[in-house]
Ligand binder design. Structure first.
Ligand code: ADP
Ligand code: MG
Length: 200
């Protein structure tokens, strides 16, 4: 019954994006399981298909060949549906293979804690916290995929299951798809810690 209603809405190809550490991977996997969809992790795919074009020493991270990945996805996903793509590299995702984009959000403090726990270099932690504070993935997703396909879910204080349920409800009901309600700058100001997040 559940899947029928989704099929009617034709939400079959989903992109889950957001700042590193926001919960894309745990939530995408749980959502894929719940819906019976395929899970596609772009970082893993890039590695498997030799679409890595360098290494950033300072950030201790691999540099993905975004154009190469885009071409590969265009070809391989054009006749597929029922999948969930997990990535923060929205430019790697061809416009025409996606029906709905979910931008996950989390309080910058959570992003910082999680990335520090991952032992990311301080510069990479700082940059990604800033990415979250400045709504970078929301802005990028809207400019790439258009307003109507994009919505946000604030995961702060919610369990993975709660977030998954919220996404499923929003998939089924366009009225539940909200965006623009997250304002970390205002929130951090209320908490009296804004300085701490803006001063490098
Ligand atoms: N809603 C949540 N509640 C509790 N822990 C979470 C939640 N979402 C993510 N996490 C934890 O945060 C960390 C980062 O999540 P992950 O899915 O790897 O993020 P991303 O793929 O966006 O980098 C993981 O340890 C994960 O278990
Ligand atoms: Mg991940």
């Amino acid at each position: 019954m559940f899947r029928d209603s989704l099929a009617r809405g034709k939400v079959l190809r989903i992109l889950i994006t957001g700042t590193p550490g926001v919960g894309k991977t745990v939530i995408s996997k749980a959502l894929a399981e719940r819906l019976g969809y395929d899970y596609i992790n772009l970082a893993e795919l890039a590695t498997q298909r030799n679409l890595i074009e360098g290494y950033d020493e300072e950030r201790k991270s691999f540099i993905v060949n975004v154009n190469g990945l885009n071409k590969l996805l265009k070809e391989e996903l054009k006749s597929r549906d029922n999948f969930i793509i997990d990535t923060h590299l929205v430019e790697a995702v061809p416009l025409e293979v996606i029906d709905l984009v979910v931008v996950l959000r989390a309080h910058p403090k959570l992003i910082r804690e999680r990335l520090e726990k991952r032992n990311y270099p301080p510069i990479k932690v700082r940059e990604n916290v800033e990415v979250e504070v400045l709504d970078y993935l929301l802005i990028n997703s809207i400019s790439r995929f258009g307003e109507s396909r994009v919505f946000e879910v604030d995961t702060t204080g919610k369990s993975v299951e709660e977030v998954v349920s919220e996404i499923v409800e929003a998939m089924d009901n366009p009225k539940r798809r909200k965006k623009g309600f997250v304002n970390w700058i205002e929130q951090l100001e209320r908490e009296g810690v804004l300085e701490e997040y803006l001063s490098a």
